[in-house]
Design a protein around this ligand. Structure first.
Ligand code: NAD
Length: 353
């Protein structure tokens, strides 16, 4: 029997509530498919600051690196916003990604048929949308040096090296082979030198994948096209800042930020987390939508452990819950037969398995 050691970071706000539901579902799927999971919990973000004074304790870094994969909730909250930037929860998260070497962030944006009305776009535009945004996560302007600010100006540097572009491009092309065999690389090569290097490198790597159709799009046009005709996209390959913005935009095609998972994979380990934050406005109320986190656990089974059948079982259990009309409060206006709380949604998905 396969046995996987999962590191758990629940984090702040709704983090603990939603991660608990994902563990509930993992345990049920583990029983059904004869997969063993052991869990080790670590602190990060505001709760780690409160307990240790450090948003990312070394114990967390070591513990996650020693695990097979990490399931992560969300961090942050107003309580810690007045701290100096380097001591805030968000700085811990950036440092965490760098320490884990997770250079590839995979963010699917798909639309559940039952929720086509939840999108702000017309059903005819979004029905059948199935996009995978592959975002470079530990380079580009969020990490480039020099950076800083004085009283008069602020500056950051957008920098990419050829190896950084090559490795993320390979991830995108390999994923495209398993999906719709199309990669659209996003850049701003008409203005930025770093983007021209990006485009040249992606074209060179693309030549190794003759079965994948490669196109290029400027980021401003991509922002428009995502709204105008999202079905044209299969895999979107982007740098860090463009991917940050476009993947949020793509996620809203689905109608709720509470639905979508993500995977960050790379050199040492992989981290699976919902795309949303810690939602302090609803923390502790038991109304958070746990589906993005449960779906992240499914991505973990698929991408880290190769347990595709178990992953499919979770995905189908979520779809059945949607089809049967169960909705958390964020989606109550869209075809709800019964509005349920966080824990009940976890129970329903687990029992569907
Ligand atoms: P957010 O994603 O936490 O919340 C945005 C809105 O969406 C809120 O109204 C919230 O109630 C709602 N929402 C989010 N997740 C939901 C869910 N699962 N179910 C139902 N509704 C949900 O973004 P924000 O308000 O900009 O940020 C709050 C805190 O989270 C900040 O401290 C921010 O820095 C942090 N943050 C953390 C991460 C992360 O841990 N990866 C990501 C983004 C933001």
């Amino acid at each position: 029997m396969a046995n996987y050691n999962i590191s758990i970071i629940k984090g702040d706000g709704i983090g603990p509530e939603i991660v608990d539901e994902a563990i509930k579902v993992l345990n049920v799927v583990g029983k059904k498919f004869d997969i063993g999971f052991s869990y080790n919990e670590f602190l990060m973000g505001g709760c780690a600051i409160d307990a240790t004074g450090n948003p990312l304790p070394q114990e967390t870094v070591d513990g996650v690196l020693a695990s097979d994969a990490c399931l992560f909730g969300a961090i942050g909250g107003a309580k810690w916003d007045s701290l100096p930037r380097e001591l805030r929860p968000e700085s811990g998260l950036l440092r965490f990604r760098k320490e884990m070497g997770v250079f590839a962030n995979l963010r699917p944006a798909m639309v559940y048929d039952e929720l086509v009305d939840a999108s702000s776009l017309k059903p005819s535009v979004i029905q059948g949308v199935d996009i995978m945004v592959v975002r470079e996560l530990i380079g580009g302007i969020y990490f480039g040096e020099p950076k800083g600010k004085d009283e008069f100006k602020g500056w950051n540097t957008m920098v990419y090296t050829v190896p950084e572009i090559e490795r993320i491009a390979h991830v995108a092309f390999k994923l495209a082979l398993k999906r719709g065999k199309k990669v659209c690389s996003i850049d701003k090569a008409n203005v930025l030198d770093v983007s021209q290097l990006w485009r040249d490198t992606v074209i060179r790597i693309g030549a190794q994948y003759p079965d994948v159709e490669l196109t290029h799009m400027y980021v401003d046009n991509a922002a428009m096209q995502l709204i105008a005709n999202p079905r044209q996209f299969d895999v979107m390959l982007t740098g860090n800042i463009f991917g940050d913005i476009l993947s949020d935009e793509a996620s809203m095609l689905s109608g709720s930020i509470g639905l979508l998972p993500s995977a960050s994979t790379g050199l040492k380990t992989a981290v699976y987390e919902p795309i949303h934050g810690s939602a302090p406005d609803i923390a502790g109320m038991g109304i958070a939508n746990p589906i993005a986190t449960i779906s992240s656990a499914s991505m973990m089974l698929r991408y880290s452990f190769g347990e595709d059948k178990a992953a499919d079982a979770i995905d189908n259990a979520i779809k059945k819950a949607m089809k049967d009309g169960f909705r958390t409060k964020d989606l109550a206006a869209f075809g709800a037969i019964e509005v349920v709380n966080t824990s009940k949604m976890g129970d329903i998905i687990a029992s569907n398995i």
